[in-house]
Write a protein that binds this ligand. Structure first.
Ligand code: FE2
Length: 308
């Protein structure tokens, strides 16, 4: 069976490799509290831009939100004179809150995520007993991407690929010769994302990663997180398909699906839940909006006991 979406993505990467003007300008902003990288991706010709995976600061102990991370992105966009076309999420993150609504209010752009976010909304809507006022149809977002859907950032060509496994709704966004792969793989020396959240699946994750690694070897791969790795003291978030295929400790060429599933499943069993999973998921399934305020005007984050 031919994978038409992957073929289209390959053509976009190849064209950008031939012609520098088809390659995006990329800035990564690293948040040390959650180890997350936010990207601003823009077209040098038109100055149109996309923001991918933004971070809202959140202090768990006080329940306070902050905008320092988002302001860094905002300052960069303003300084470069960019016009934001897209505010994108690769998935509903479980380790940080999204600043998408804050950035969208200041900068505009369409808020987008993968269409299977409705499945994540369904699963977590139940876990958090979110009530009937919580719409589980993705309507909190302006656009829901499907596998193989094309988009543009100014004159740059982009395509969305559905890469489930970490969550059912993960998307990778290919723009020119760059692939923003969210939580699929990490740096080669660190490996891959966990697949044990509700709706996650190690087998699917393997298939999604191997699919991405069929892109041309020169494809630049941009990761959503970095945690350093034994023997490496600096954070890093860019690699290539060639490097991942040769060196990724979990999914380099030659690792079989069964071997991966065995490794991933046993490793996931040892991992603690992310610090911010409770607030993150409740906010991120709402497109980054806090839960509806109660009758005193205050929003509350719930903690389901003995559920996760
Ligand atoms: Fe994630």
């Amino acid at each position: 069976m031919t994978d038409q979406a992957l073929e289209a993505a390959t053509a976009i990467v190849r064209a950008a490799h031939e012609a520098p003007e088809k390659r995006p300008t990329i800035a990564g902003f690293f948040d040390e509290n959650t180890y997350t990288v936010t990207y601003v991706v823009h077209d040098a010709e038109t100055k149109q831009a996309a923001i991918i995976d933004s971070v809202l600061d959140y202090d768990q102990a006080s329940g306070r939100t902050g905008f320092e991370s988002a302001e860094r992105v905002l300052d960069y966009v303003t300084e470069k004179g960019l016009e934001v076309e897209w505010v994108m999420e690769t998935h509903a993150h479980a380790d940080h809150l999204s600043a998408a609504p804050y950035l969208q209010e200041k900068l505009g752009g369409k808020l987008a995520i993968g269409k299977d976010i409705v499945r994540v909304q369904d699963v977590f809507g139940k876990i958090f007993n979110a009530g009937t006022d919580f719409e589980r149809d993705g309507s909190q977002f302006d656009h829901l991407f499907t596998d193989g859907e094309r988009f543009s950032i100014g004159t740059l060509e982009g395509i969305a690929l559905h890469v489930p496994g970490h969550t059912p709704a993960d998307m990778a966004y290919i723009v020119g010769d760059a692939a923003f792969v969210g939580d699929t793989m990490f740096m080669p020396d660190y490996g891959t994302a966990r697949a044990d959240f509700p709706g996650g699946c190690a087998r699917q994750l393997y298939q999604s990663i191997r699919r991405l690694l069929q892109l041309p070897e020169e494809t630049r791969i941009f990761l959503c997180h970095d945690y350093k790795a034994p023997g490496r003291d600096d954070y890093a978030w860019e690699s290539t398909v060639a490097l991942q295929r040769a060196h990724n400790v979990h999914v380099h060429d030659g690792v079989s699906e069964d071997e991966f599933v065995e490794m991933r499943t046993s490793r996931d069993a040892t991992l603690a839940m992310p610090q911010l999973i409770m607030p993150s998921v409740q906010v991120n399934i709402r497109g980054g909006h806090l839960p509806e305020p109660e009758d005193n005007g205050v929003s509350y984050i719930k903690i389901p006991v003995n559920k996760l």
